[in-house]
Design a protein around this ligand. Structure first.
Ligand code: HEM
Ligand code: HEM
Length: 189
């Protein structure tokens, strides 16, 4: 079981679970950040259900990753770094993992309390709240809750984009300047 799905991360090798979770969540989050911004900017209403469905499916992996990290701890640094670098790495990882939990929670608050509801590819989890007076319109269930969810979803998405820039810059710095295994071990090499 040297590198099976349930083996722990090693200083020179990350487990398959850590790598699979990292890249699946990374791909999903980057896609949702792009789709989210494009659909809201251009009012592409037909993309909303797709965005919510993928966001909800991704949340299952996100929760699993949090449990995996809580049980296994964070990967050990791949080299010897200055305290400021260690600190930056720590806050970026914590920020990304907390942000990835908060963003779907705020998304659900927004969609649920606004009366639009949400589900996964047609499987309804929270129903719409149709307006009896107006066809094809919905009524908010809790105005303040939906506005809070909407603002939270938006601000966390901006924060995630900033952290992601820092995160990718850090990964490239390790690879190009420090020439260590940080990026390679996340790629399974
Ligand atoms: C798309 C480009 C990305 C690259 C090149 C990249 C690269 C890396 C690398 C090299 C590590 C290992 C760091 C170490 O060993 O100290 C890492 C860890 C991590 N990355 Fe990324 N990453 C990317 C996207 C993301 C995204 C979108 C998230 C958002 C959730 C994310 C969250 C994390 C977290 C939380 C860790 C800590 C280890 C873990 O729990 O998997 N990364 N990343
Ligand atoms: C899991 C990762 C997710 C990411 C990275 C993400 C990202 C984004 C981004 C960047 C936007 C555009 C910025 C904004 O105006 O808020 C957006 C919009 C939106 N997202 Fe998400 N989202 C995620 C999950 C969800 C989930 C699970 C739901 C609901 C179940 C959801 C519902 C919405 C809605 C309704 C909007 C439109 C906001 C508006 O019109 O003001 N999102 N999302």
């Amino acid at each position: 079981m040297s590198n099976s799905f349930l083996s722990k991360d090693q200083p020179d090798r990350l487990s398959k679970t850590s790598r699979a979770l990292h890249w699946l969540i990374a791909l999903g989050m980057v896609a949702l950040l792009c789709v989210g911004i494009i659909m809201t900017e251009n009012e592409l209403w037909n993309l909303y259900d797709l965005h919510k469905s993928i966001g909800l499916l991704l949340s299952v992996l996100i929760i699993f990753r949090v449990i995996w990290r809580a049980v296994n701890g964070w990967p050990h640094p791949a080299g010897h770094y200055r305290p400021v670098e260690k600190f930056l790495g720590k806050i970026t990882h914590w920020g990304l993992i907390i942000g990835s939990v908060l963003i779907p929670v705020f998304g659900m608050m927004h969609s649920g309390f606004s009366g639009h509801g949400f589900g996964i590819f047609g499987l309804e989890l929270v129903k719409e709240n149709p307006d009896p007076q107006r066809v094809n319109e919905v009524l908010p269930i809790w105005e303040a809750g939906y506005k809070f969810g909407q603002a939270g979803h938006q601000y966390v998405s901006y924060l995630l984009i900033c952290l992601l820039v820092l995160h990718i810059a850090g990964a490239l710095k390790h690879h190009i300047v420090d020439k260590d295994k940080t990026l390679l071990r996340m790629l399974g090499k």
